[in-house]
Design a protein around this ligand. Structure first.
Ligand code: AP5
Length: 219
């Protein structure tokens, strides 16, 4: 199963990608997670990406494409993958097409999380992330058992710097200007499947599993 998850910030792409990756044993590739890890480790890529990420702007195409091409070359992607947050520009989409073509592969489906701006803002403002294992929580919809403590590893929960109000506004604007055009790009190729991103976590997961069965991606 080779999938792309497309949608605005806060649509729930990462949450669903983690669940599907665990359930069906396909690799979850989140460019946001890879870049955040690079920033944390102060690697060369991280140093170049940080200023863009802090403002909520897109990291330059060349850098992100390089990261993804290297990641897709690893053997664990042989059974499939979920690309979460990539591609985000037409240049990234065409580069991905040509990389996959070289390997004789195609993407099975692009899942578009059609999500209202109101939902995105509510989800991002309440998101909390574990400093240690990266698990996601929400102050209202996905609360940890103990305040500010991760259920999985007892790590401390924090608010992502780019989830603060001003940066969220810019991320939503950048999404409309640079990424939303990919909906038509994939629609015209017949690979787009739209799901309602406003559904709750389980409702959304069930819709996707139903779709994967219909398409025989899974049995
Ligand atoms: P990235 O990390 O990819 O951010 P994003 O696309 O803005 O996506 P988010 O992680 O904010 O949201 P999500 O849809 O995954 O929602 P989540 O499941 O976490 O990118 C960060 C930055 O990196 C970018 O701004 C850019 O600078 C750079 N970057 C990354 N990729 C790039 C690329 N390809 N090109 C250039 N630059 C790139 O859920 C959000 C919250 O809602 C959580 O609290 C969760 O618990 C809750 N929640 C989730 N689903 C539901 C639900 N169904 N119901 C109720 N609550 C829910």
């Amino acid at each position: 199963m080779r999938l792309i998850f497309l949608g605005p910030p806060g649509a729930g792409k990462g949450t669903q990608a983690k669940a599907i990756s665990k359930k069906f044993k396909v690799v979850h590739i989140s460019t946001g997670d890879i870049l955040r890890e690079a920033v944390k480790n102060k690697s060369e890529i991280g140093k170049q990406a940080k200023a863009f990420m802090d403002k909520g702007d897109l990291v330059p195409d060349e850098l992100v494409i390089k990261v993804v091409v290297e990641r897709l070359a690893r053997p664990d992607t042989a059974e499939g993958f979920i690309l979460d947050g990539f591609p985000r520009t037409e240049k990234q989409a065409t580069s991905l097409d040509s990389e996959l073509e070289k390997a004789g592969l195609t993407v099975d489906s692009v899942i578009y999380f059609d999500t209202s701006e109101e939902t995105s803002v509510k989800r991002l403002s309440g998101r909390r992330v574990c400093k240690n294992c990266g698990a996601n929580y929400h102050t209202i919809t996905m609360r940890p058992k103990k305040d500010r403590v991760c259920d999985i590893c007892a790590g401390e929960l924090y608010q992502r710097e780019d989830d603060k109000e001003v940066t969220v506004k810019n991320r939503l604007k950048v999404y409309q200007q640079q990424t939303a055009g990919l909906i038509d790009y994939y629609k015209s190729r017949g690979s787009l499947k739209t799901v309602c991103g406003d559904l709750n976590v389980d409702g959304l997961l069930n819709k996707m599993v139903e779709f994967f069965k219909e398409q025989s991606f899974i049995r």
